[in-house]
Design a protein around this ligand. Structure first.
Ligand code: A3P
Length: 324
């Protein structure tokens, strides 16, 4: 259920609106679509969030591997505190270890820069924060800070199928199922929370090419294919490389294993049907199958053709040969 705020209703009522699924509407702001709740929290982020130069922002479009990256980034940046890292992943959901700006820290009226939430224990430590907010909307904030950004993307068809499954778990959608044909159409039109997907991905990718020291761009498929190499590259990018042959191999292997779908999805906290604070879906909904190419089990040839056409136009047309 959306939180009704009369002030924001006034603002959203002037924005273009489209029906999404269940009883949800999306509102278009600066070319991107938001639920009312996330429109409000995004406004708060834009008005109040000031990243520290030591911050790492994990940016992603929903369902592209955010939870996995949260576990990996937590493990990479906290690996010196050996006694806490593996057990923190055992007892804490990655979404709790690395809170997101718009879905957690700024979701309520109380403005928080992360300090109140206990995210910063020691300001000298790296703070990792997640966000699905498009680069185009955070541009001033991100460009005025020395913070680093890790962006994860995923095959558009797998992203859509993951989102389609995820959304079905919401109570509001159970009564009015989100038909796959409609989901495909909305995906192609970009009418999804934080969508359009393509513009979201392309903007962060462009930044990663312009400023590779600031933005690290990785795909879900690369991570699956060679997790160890990706973990090493991320650690180097963050300025905390693995050193020494032994540390490199053993520690990297340990991190990859403890963050694997197989291990993470078996922890009680990640199987829990409890709802995270302020979020309408259970902790378990962030772990489904964790595979590459699952869209083939759901999309028919016509749906695939529709999405591939847009992928060719948007990605390949911009020189990004990805997603088909
Ligand atoms: P599927 O629905 O295809 O299984 P996000 O974290 O951005 O919401 O993305 C969720 C997707 O990542 C889901 O994909 C989920 O199963 C998958 N996922 C979660 N943890 C993972 C992990 N450790 N390794 C690989 N995939 C993972």
């Amino acid at each position: 259920m959306e939180i009704q705020d009369p002030n924001v209703n006034q603002i959203t009522s002037s924005l273009p609106r489209e029906k999404w699924c269940g009883h949800e509407f999306l509102y278009q702001y600066n070319g991107f679509w938001f639920t009312q709740t996330y429109f409000q929290s995004t406004q708060r982020v834009v008005e109040n969030f000031k990243p520290l130069p030591t911050d790492v922002i994990l940016a992603s479009f929903p369902k592209t591997g955010t939870t996995w990256l949260k576990a990996l980034l937590h493990s990479i940046t906290n690996r010196s505190s050996k006694e806490t890292t593996p057990s923190s992943l055992t007892f804490n959901h990655p979404q709790e270890l690395i809170p997101s700006l718009e879905t957690k820290l700024y979701v309520n009226e109380i403005q928080s820069n992360g300090t109140e939430s206990g995210v910063i224990k020691d300001p000298k430590n790296t703070r990792v924060l997640g966000t699905h907010i498009p680069y185009q909307i955070l541009v001033d904030i991100l460009n005025s800070s020395d913070c680093k950004i890790v962006y994860v993307t995923r095959n558009p068809k797998d992203t859509l199928i993951s989102l389609w499954h995820f959304v079905q778990k919401a109570k509001s959608v159970e009564q009015e199922p989100w038909e796959l044909e409609i989901a495909v159409e909305q995906f192609c039109k970009g009418v999804l929370p934080f969508g359009p997907y393509y513009e979201h991905v392309l903007a962060y990718r462009e930044q990663s090419m312009k400023r590779p020291e600031k933005v690290f761009f990785v795909s879900y498929e690369e991570l699956k294919e060679d997790s160890k190499n990706c973990v090493k590259k991320i650690a180097e990018f963050l300025g905390c490389p693995f050193e020494g042959e032994n540390e490199e191999e053993e520690e990297v292997e340990q991190i990859v294993k403890s963050c694997s779908f197989e291990i993470l999805s078996e922890h009680e906290v990640n199987k829990s049907s409890d709802l995270p604070n302020g979020f309408p879906l259970p902790y378990s909904s962030f772990f489904r199958k964790g595979e590459v190419g699952d869209h083939l089990n759901y999309l028919d040839d016509e749906m695939i053709r529709k999405i591939d056409d847009i992928t060719r136009e948007k990605f390949h047309g911009s020189g990004f040969m990805y997603g088909i």
